[in-house]
Design a protein around this ligand. Structure first.
Ligand SMILES: Nc1ncnc2c1ncn2[C@@H]1O[C@H](COP(=O)(O)OP(=O)(O)OP(=O)(O)O)[C@@H](O)[C@H]1O
Ligand SMILES: C[C@@](O)(CCO)CC(=O)[O-]
Length: 315
C-alpha cells in the first residue's frame, strides 16, 4: 500500500442471450478492448475522494446514482481494515453510460482491481467477479454476472450463470457495427419488467426465454462452422424474441430494420434494452461502412466497428 495503483476493464456487447441469461440460459458476449474504463487510486494526505463523470468530491457524499460504487468501496475498505486510509480515486471511462455496453460492470471491475492493487492483496478471477457483483446487485437489481465476466475478459465468452465461463474461438470473417440509439437504456428496469411479465404470462415468457437460449446454442454452432449468414438470421430472430419480451424500443426496432435494409445480415439490441445500443452483423468492410452511415442518418448518435477477423483493420 502507499503506491499509486490502477485497474482497467473493457466495454462489452452481448452477441446473443441478453435477458434469457438472467434465467439460467447460455449467452455469448464479447469484450471491446478498444473501449476502456480505468481507475487510478493514489495515496492522499487526508480524506477519501473520488472523481468521475458523475461526481467529484468526498466518497461519503456520493449520490444515489453511485450507490453501487459507494457500497463496493465501503465493502473493500472494511475487507482491508482500511476504513480511515486516505486516498484519491479517479475513474476515467470511454464507455457511454446506460447504453447496454456494461459501464456499471466496467467501473465495478476496474475499482476492484485498482483497490486490490493499492492494498497489495492477491485477487483471483472468482473473487473479482464476486466483488464486482456487490455494486452490480445495487445498480441492476438481479444481474446474471455476464457483464462483469465479459468486461474483465480479453476474449469472447460462453457464459452460463453459476458455471465455468468458457472462451469462444471466433474463426469467421465479419464485422459488427455497434450503434447507440441515443436513448438511455434502463437495464435494471428492463430486467424487472421481464420478471413482471414472467409472473403475468408464465408460459409465453418461459417459451421466449427458452427460445433465446436455443438461439445461443445455434449461434455457437454458426460461429464454429463458420456460417455468417446463419448467425445474422439468429441475431434477427433474437431481436424478435426480445421485442416480444417487451425490452426493445421504437428506436431500436427502427434502427435494426435500417441496418438490415442496408445490407446487415442480422441486427438486434444488445444489453438491457429499452434504449441503449444495437449490433448489426456485416459481411465485409464496404457493407459495414454503408450500414454505419445509414444508422447515423437514421438517428444513431455514435457507432463503433469491431472486426471478427482481426487480420483486417476495420477503419
Ligand atoms: N464513468 C463512471 N463513473 C462512475 N460510475 C459510473 C460510470 N459509468 C457508469 N457508472 C455507474 O454505472 C451506472 C450506470 O449503469 P447502467 O446499468 O444504467 O448502465 P450500463 O451498465 O452502461 O448498462 P448495461 O448494464 O445494460 O450494459 C451509473 O449510475 C453509475 O453508478
Ligand atoms: C439484460 C442482461 O441480460 C444483460 C445486461 O447487459 C442483464 C444481466 O444479464 O444481468
Amino acid at each position: 500500500m502507499g503506491q499509486t495503483a490502477s485497474g482497467k476493464s473493457n466495454a462489452k456487447i452481448i452477441l446473443i442471450g441478453d435477458h434469457s441469461v438472467v434465467y439460467g440460459q447460455p449467452a455469448i458476449a464479447l469484450p471491446l478492448p478498444s473501449v476502456t474504463t480505468r481507475v487510478v487510486m493514489a495515496p492522499a494526505a487526508s480524506g477519501q475522494r473520488i472523481s468521475s463523470r458523475y461526481f467529484d468530491g468526498p466518497v461519503a457524499q456520493m449520490g444515489q446514482n453511485l450507490a453501487g460504487v459507494a457500497a463496493l468501496i465501503a465493502t473493500l475498505l472494511n475487507r482491508f481494515d482500511a476504513q480511515e486510509t486516505p486516498f484519491a480515486m479517479t475513474i476515467t471511462s470511454e464507455l457511454p453510460a446506460e447504453r447496454g455496453m456494461g459501464s456499471s460492470a466496467a467501473v465495478a471491475v476496474a475499482i476492484t482491481r485498482a483497490m486490490y492493487h493499492f492494498f497489495d492483496r492477491p485477487l483471483t478471477r472468482d473473487l473479482l467477479l464476486e466483488t464486482a457483483a456487490i455494486a452490480e446487485k445495487i445498480t441492476h437489481g438481479n444481474p446474471s454476472g455476464i457483464d462483469a465476466a465479459t468486461v474483465s475478459s480479453d476474449v469472447p465468452i460462453w457464459f452460463v450463470p453459476h458455471q465455468e465461463t468458457l472462451q469462444i474461438p471466433f474463426t469467421l470473417q465479419g464485422y459488427l457495427v455497434i450503434a447507440d440509439s441515443g436513448i438511455k437504456g434502463q437495464t435494471g428496469q428492463a430486467v424487472a419488467a421481464v420478471a413482471r411479465r414472467k409472473m403475468a404470462f408464465p408460459q409465453e415468457t418461459t417459451q421466449q426465454i427458452q427460445r433465446l437460449g436455443e438461439l445461443s446454442h445455434q449461434a455457437r454452432i454458426a460461429l464454429a462452422a463458420p456460417d455468417l449468414m446463419h448467425l445474422g438470421q439468429i441475431m434477427s430472430d433474437a431481436q424478435d424474441q426480445l421485442r416480444g419480451l417487451g425490452v426493445s424500443s421504437q428506436e431500436l426496432d427502427q434502427l435494426t430494420q435500417v441496418a438490415r435494409q442496408n445490407g446487415a445480415l442480422g441486427a438486434k439490441l444488445t444489453g438491457g434494452g429499452m434504449g441503449g445500443c444495437l449490433i448489426a452483423l456485416c459481411p465485409d468492410l464496404a457493407t459495414t461502412h454503408h450500414v454505419e452511415a445509414s444508422l447515423r442518418a437514421a438517428g444513431a448518435t455514435q457507432t463503433w466497428t469491431e472486426a471478427f477477423n482481426l487480420e483486417e483493420d476495420p477503419q
